[in-house]
Design a protein around this ligand. Structure first.
Ligand code: MG
Length: 387
């Protein structure tokens, strides 16, 4: 099977480093999307690609089982590295490995990088994402549209390197002249819709142009992640020119810049850990926000109420109890007794009459005192006790 290949990878417009790697070594093609703190993501994806390349040179893969074996070895190599170096702990990578032979396309797959087939102008996804949202879609708990926008859409349920054993999906697809295959990391598929991908893949005869254009579109859409794209054009058996790219293995080693959030990244390969880290982070943010809000509210709140002895008092804070706690400090006890309150003030004060400043509270007390005095004068009762 004659195949022409185009490949492109890019750090994107948000990330500091490119943790994707790819393999282009006829008849093997792979995309690996690494994750982990510091340089660990790069190490994971590069290790996958190297291990597969070395394994293929030592024993030429022929069967789907051989392909799965290469991915399993890659898993073990990453796992061992992470075990022997604490700074690499938790690293992992996706791996979508394609082999093209006379039988067609064989794919060994783990994670959320994808393989697509374009045939007669229409695009079909060959691989199934190993992600939380994909599982929820399969279980009917989420629509495809909801999944595409879901905040946890990048939570991966299966990766290489985070466990000594890994389950590898094996797929087979009969292919023929005119078929086009795309391998891509989620930096493409999260940013560019299937319709646009289909359009770019279908047009033109140069796989490199298509690969370049797809990466460009991911970046135009925001470039939120590293993006890696391999485009294969399948030609007639034994015909045509050699592959556009001479067989070569390429892994995209990082430009050195370790400014990746190590907490989030280290957890990326372990869904439960990632969820725990996120939950904790959200709780901390909420607690801090709540404390700041409460302080702000309390420092800007006054009310007039009754103290335990039934004396009208100005408080700083709020009259309500929250979760059994009060948030009020005595500012001034006025000396006005509950029984002296005119009916028009009584209900308000019993509930706690609120003000935005201490001056407003004092003005209210002043009005109250005047009102009490008027009533006393009118009824000829003794003056209210004052301090
Ligand atoms: Mg990615």
């Amino acid at each position: 099977m004659n195949v022409a290949v185009g490949a492109q990878t890019h750090v994107g417009r948000v990330r500091q480093r490119n943790e994707d790697s790819y393999l282009l070594e006829e008849p093997l093609y792979a995309v690996a999307d690494g994750m982990g703190g510091h340089t660990a993501g790069d190490v994971a994806s590069a290790t996958a690609v190297e291990t597969i390349s070395n394994g293929a040179r030592a024993a030429h893969p022929e069967t789907p089982e051989d392909l799965a074996q290469l991915v399993t070895r890659a898993n073990e190599a990453i796992w061992e590295k992470a075990r022997s170096d604490p700074s690499l702990r938790g690293m992992g990578t996706t791996c979508t490995l394609l082999m093209i032979d006379g039988e067609g396309a064989h794919i060994a797959h783990v994670g959320d990088s994808r393989a697509y087939l374009l045939r007669d102008g229409s695009l079909r996804q060959l691989t199934e994402d190993h992600t939380l949202v994909e599982r929820m879609v399969r279980e009917g708990r989420l629509s495809a549209d909801e999944a595409a926008r879901h905040p946890q859409r990048s939570v991966i349920t299966r990766t290489l390197g985070v466990d000594p054993n890994v389950q590898v999906d094996l797929l087979h697809e009969t292919i023929g002249a005119g078929d086009r295959i795309l391998l891509a990391s989620d930096g493409l598929t999260a940013m560019v819709g299937a319709n646009e991908i289909e359009h770019v893949l279908a047009e033109g005869d140069d796989p490199q142009e298509a690969a370049d254009r797809l990466v460009e579109m991911a970046n135009e859409a925001g470039g939120e992640d590293n993006v890696t794209v391999l485009v294969l054009h399948v030609g007639k058996e034994g015909s045509g020119s050699p592959p556009r790219h001479a067989p070569a293995r390429l892994d995209t080693r990082p430009g050195a810049d370790p400014q990746v959030d190590p907490t989030a990244s280290a957890a990326a390969g372990r869904p439960w850990l990632r969820r725990a880290v996120w939950t904790l982070a959200v709780l901390i943010v909420l607690a801090v926000a709540a404390t700041v809000t409460v302080r702000w509210v309390l420092s800007n709140s006054w009310f007039v109420g009754l103290n335990e002895d039934g004396v009208v008092t100005i408080y700083q804070g709020i009259p309500e109890e929250i979760a059994g706690r009060t948030f009020a400090d005595e500012d001034r006890v006025t000396g006005i007794q509950e029984e002296d309150l005119p009916q028009s003030f009584r209900d308000d004060i019993e509930e706690g009459r609120k003000f935005d400043s201490s001056a407003e509270a004092e003005a209210y007390i002043s009005n109250l005192e005047d009102r009490i005095q008027e009533i006393e004068e009118a009824t000829d009762r003794p003056r209210a006790r004052r301090q």
